[in-house]
Write a protein that binds this ligand. Structure first.
Ligand code: EPU
Length: 416
């Protein structure tokens, strides 16, 4: 298993190019299942989760190929309705094939994703939505089986604005008979990106980016091309790297419209963020100020940035509270940060952080994708060399992170 060693104390300077967003690429790749021609997707990051999705689409009968950042999916030969356990257990987002497979083949059999380190993460709302569209849902031997000759449009209220749930139901509704209205839908930029792709395929989706999305079902969709939006979480992670190292970094491609809450909190903490034509220029202050943060669905502060922002607060002057409202167990990084000398106590779903003057290197263990990024950030400022174990998590969501950080002057290397 690879490890990453980071030697702290280097101020990051220069520019870094942001890759395409993992969480936009995964549903857009799955949406090709709704069509029967070659869909060409550009700016697709080369990440483990993207590779797993490509494998899964190939298993289902699609022809899938990559040339640099372009992935082509031709789903004309798709005939296999089963997403097997071996692939789903590698990546929960495999569940994104459930909606499009049901719409395309009239049936889908997808291994039920288990819980993961950050929470139980049920998919009951995906299934309720499909049932409302007339599908029969049966659980058997760890698989969810969904059958519907033709889905029918329905009014669906989501108890929680689930991101992949909204995406699954949008894709299913695009080929349903009649109109589907999703209420309390997720509003993340990745939802809007998927809606744009579906519309390019001939679907009629309106309201994406608002809590009410209307989808008028079509008989057929055609192949279309898409360009994946920049990864707002990767961008924000590099902004945090500049912030903690008193650095000056141009985050090329970062879109402020996708990152409002994170930018505001960084500015409140004393970070200078300037919008420039190429992206965002970020300058870290000599001393960060403590600010309180509460995660929330978009446009709130992204849970996927909670762990990285915590590293900033570990070094800030004063006391801050970070409250996690999306996932019940997304504080696993706290005990690792404590090993590096951070002063954090957990009270229910809040972490109370007293800023310390410095962190000190120690071996640590990554537990999930964003926790890995948080530990890499901590390593950038810890005195000495921090060895991060189980970094395969980071390869699921950050393209060439050690190369990109080295390019900014960090001392970081992968140990194979
Ligand atoms: N939930 C339910 N029932 C459902 C669906 C969700 O109770 O049927 C709950 C979840 O357990 C959670 C909350 O609703 O407590 C929100 O979960 P959501 O469904 O929105 O999360 P997701 O769609 O599984 C996506 C991202 C995550 C990101 C979350 C929240 C993808 C592929 N994944 O997950 O990304 O944290 O939205 O923004 O888009 C990551 O990239 O590191 C990551 C975990």
């Amino acid at each position: 298993m690879d490890k990453i060693e980071v030697t702290g104390g280097h101020c990051l300077k220069g520019e870094v190019a942001i890759s395409g967003a993992k969480n936009a690429a995964l549903p857009i790749l799955a949406s090709a299942l709704l069509t029967d021609g070659p869909c060409v997707m550009d700016n697709v990051p080369d990440l483990m989760d993207v590779r797993t999705t490509m494998d899964l689409l190939g298993h289902l009968g699609a022809k899938v190929s990559r040339d640099k950042t372009t992935v082509t999916v031709d789903a004309s030969g798709v005939n296999e309705p089963e997403a097997p356990y071996e692939l789903v257990r590698k990546m929960r987002a495999s569940v994104l094939v459930l909606g499009p497979l049901t719409a395309r083949l009239g049936r889908a059999r997808v291994s039920l994703p288990g819980g993961c380190a950050i929470g139980a993460r049920p998919i009951d709302l995906h299934l309720k939505g499909l049932e409302a569209m007339g599908a029969k849902v049966l659980l058997d031997k760890g698989y969810v089986n969904v059958i519907a000759q033709r889905l029918v449009g329905a009014e669906i209220y989501l108890d929680i604005p689930t991101v992949t749930g909204t995406e699954n139901l949008m894709m299913a509704a695009a080929l349903a008979k009649g109109t589907t209205v999703l209420r309390n839908a997720a509003r993340e930029p990745e939802i809007t990106a998927l809606a744009d792709t579906l519309n390019a395929m001939g679907a009629q989706v309106s309201g994406a980016g608002t809590p009410v999305i209307e989808i008028i079902g079509r008989e057929k969709l055609h192949a279309a091309n898409a360009t994946i939006i920049p990864d707002r979480i990767e961008a924000a992670t590099f902004m945090a790297a500049a912030a903690i190292t008193n650095g000056d970094v141009l985050v090329r491609g970062a879109k402020s419209a996708h990152m409002g809450a994170v930018i505001e909190k960084m500015v409140e903490a004393g970070v200078v963020v300037d919008e420039v034509p190429e992206g965002l220029r970020v300058r870290g202050p000599a001393t960060l100020q403590s600010v309180d943060v509460k995660t929330a669905p978009f446009p709130g502060f992204a849970t996927d940035m909670q762990a990285q922002f915590m590293v900033m607060m570990c070094l800030a002057s004063g006391r801050s509270t970070i409250t996690e409202t999306i996932f019940e167990n997304r504080f696993i990084h706290v005990s690792e940060l404590t090993r590096l000398g951070a002063d954090i106590s957990i009270v229910r779903n809040s972490a109370v952080i007293k800023g310390v003057a410095s962190l000190k290197a120690a071996p640590v263990m990554a537990s999930d994708l964003r926790a890995s990024a948080c530990l890499v950030l901590a390593g950038l400022v810890a005195q000495g060399s921090t060895l991060i174990n189980r970094v395969y998590h980071i390869d699921r969501g950050y393209e060439s992170i050690e190369k990109k950080l080295s390019g900014l002057g960090a001392q970081i290397r992968r140990i194979r």
